[in-house]
Ligand binder design. Structure first.
Ligand SMILES: [Zn+2]
Length: 470
């Protein structure tokens, strides 16, 4: 079969169908307490979800579905909880045979095979509206490292490249994936944290050819490093971690020019969607024009309606959902990442020719924006706000508007509703506020009663009925 990034659509579909079946039927449905209960509630058998088609008909879920009360401890129910007997029933052929032979000959070794596959040993922090730990097993880390070696190829990096990472030291999926990528690719990586002096010191120690920086602070950091006298002239790749916006990319290019980095230096972006563990990247040939390349044998990336989590009906930006293939630990099916994207391009990349799905126009965590509300700063899950409004009998139509108050500059979440004719408007306003609080964990700044032709328009649409005017 062709290599992972050159497979034909037919080869890919076949491979993915069987990988989805293995992941759903053999791993997630029997061993994830949350999904076990969920499928039972939905009245669906694992086998009916265990194909690409079956998976697409499953409602997407996010952190608020798993932790409805906002308590991050609920996320533990997504971690696969296998036992030795469960492993014997569900492990794949060759792994199982190896384990069974070991059980006879070397009992300790049998345990280590079972544990490598099912026991979480490593954690990173994730979460948008709430913070929770993501669990990885040894075999998960192997998958992340393997994907990382591919990322290096995609970015056009080789073993000869030396990377300095200016990402914060907090263990996140992005920092872990970058470390494992360097390990998998055999490249040296120095990660001193995000302090300018520390990064400058690292750059003085090694002749870095690649620099990884958080997308939002990259331009500023380059200026600061230049001021600190850090050597930057050997740079040939700047990796913006966190799905860079066009203006951030442009600012980095300007900054590179200012600090005297040769024009041949390429600016690329990489991103781990929240909850996931794989770092998607842009190919070097595209210089960032053809979107984030994904790993079709290790994940299924799909788009859903950001208001409902169901298959999209209309156009507009859609929410990215991820299903992991082959992962144990915290295993995600149809996971709502909070990222918006324009499309998933399935045709071969016009720049590099790889036949992997590419996510274009990604806006990281756009559905859970950090807001400075009068009651304090927090990330607000607008999917929860929408969930409280979709399909209500007492509301004809609605809009959610996130904007900044002219009076005191605080952010506001305004909910505009058109009450149904038979409903008492005052009661509708109270019920809407109560349900938004239950679904999103906060009261709207105001519930505005509106006439059907009087709903707000304008601003950037996060979904057809959720507008941002920040
Ligand atoms: Zn490409």
């Amino acid at each position: 079969m062709a290599s992972w990034d050159r497979r034909t659509p037919k080869q890919l579909a076949k491979l993915r169908d069987s990988a989805v079946r293995r992941q759903v039927v053999d791993a997630v449905a029997p061993f994830s307490p949350w999904w076990k209960a969920r499928l039972k509630t939905l009245g669906r058998k694992a086998s009916s979800v265990g194909s690409l088609d079956g998976l697409s008909q499953l409602s997407a879920v996010g952190e608020r579905d798993v932790c409805p009360d906002g308590d991050p401890r609920g996320m533990a129910a997504l971690v696969l909880q296998g036992s030795e007997s469960g492993f014997a029933l569900h492990a794949e052929g060759p792994v199982l045979r190896r384990a069974l032979v070991s059980r006879l000959a070397r009992p300790g070794s049998y345990r280590s095979i079972v544990e490598a596959d099912t026991r979480p040993t490593s954690f990173v922090w994730a979460g948008l509206g709430l913070q929770y730990p993501l669990a990885s097993t040894r075999s998960d880390l192997d998958l992340v490292a393997r994907a990382g070696a591919r990322l290096w190829q995609l970015l056009g990096l080789t073993r000869a490249d030396v990377m300095v990472s200016a990402l914060p030291t907090l263990p996140t999926a992005a920092t872990r994936a970058l470390e494992l990528a360097a390990l998998g690719a055999g490249s040296p990586l120095l990660a001193p944290g995000d302090g300018t002096d520390d990064v400058a010191a690292a750059l003085r120690l090694v002749p870095a050819s690649a620099l990884a920086v958080p997308a939002a602070f990259a331009a500023q950091l380059l200026d600061d490093l230049d001021e600190a006298g850090a050597p930057l002239e050997a740079l040939r790749t700047v990796l913006l971690v966190g799905a860079a916006y066009d203006d951030e990319r442009a600012a980095v290019r300007d900054a590179l020019k200012r600090v005297g980095v040769p024009e041949s230096c390429v600016v690329l972006s990489a991103h781990v969607p929240d909850g996931h563990r794989l770092l998607w990247g842009e190919c070097r040939e595209s210089a960032g024009r053809t979107g984030l390349h994904t790993y079709p044998d290790l994940e299924v990336v799909q788009l859903v309606d950001p208001e409902t989590g169901e298959a999209p009906i209309g156009g507009g930006p859609l929410e990215v959902v991820v299903t992991q293939l082959g992962f144990r630990g915290t295993a995600l099916l149809r996971w709502r990442t909070g990222d918006l994207a324009d499309a998933i391009a399935e045709e071969a990349c016009p720049s590099c020719g790889r036949t992997v799905p590419r996510v274009t126009g990604l806006r990281a965590a756009a559905l859970v924006p950090p807001l400075d509300l009068r009651g304090g700063s927090r990330s607000v899950d607008l999917r929860g706000v929408s969930a409280a409004l979709v399909g209500r009998a007492d509301v004809l139509d609605w809009r959610v508007v996130v904007s900044r108050s002219e009076r005191d500059d605080a952010d506001e979440v305004l909910v505009h509703v058109v009450p149904a004719e038979a409903a008492d408007p005052a009661e509708v306003a109270v019920a809407v506020a109560r349900d938004v609080r239950a679904a999103a964990g906060l009261l709207p700044t105001q519930v505005v009663l509106a006439a059907p032709d009087d709903l707000p328009a304008g601003g950037s649409a996060l979904s057809p009925r959720v507008l941002s005017r920040q």
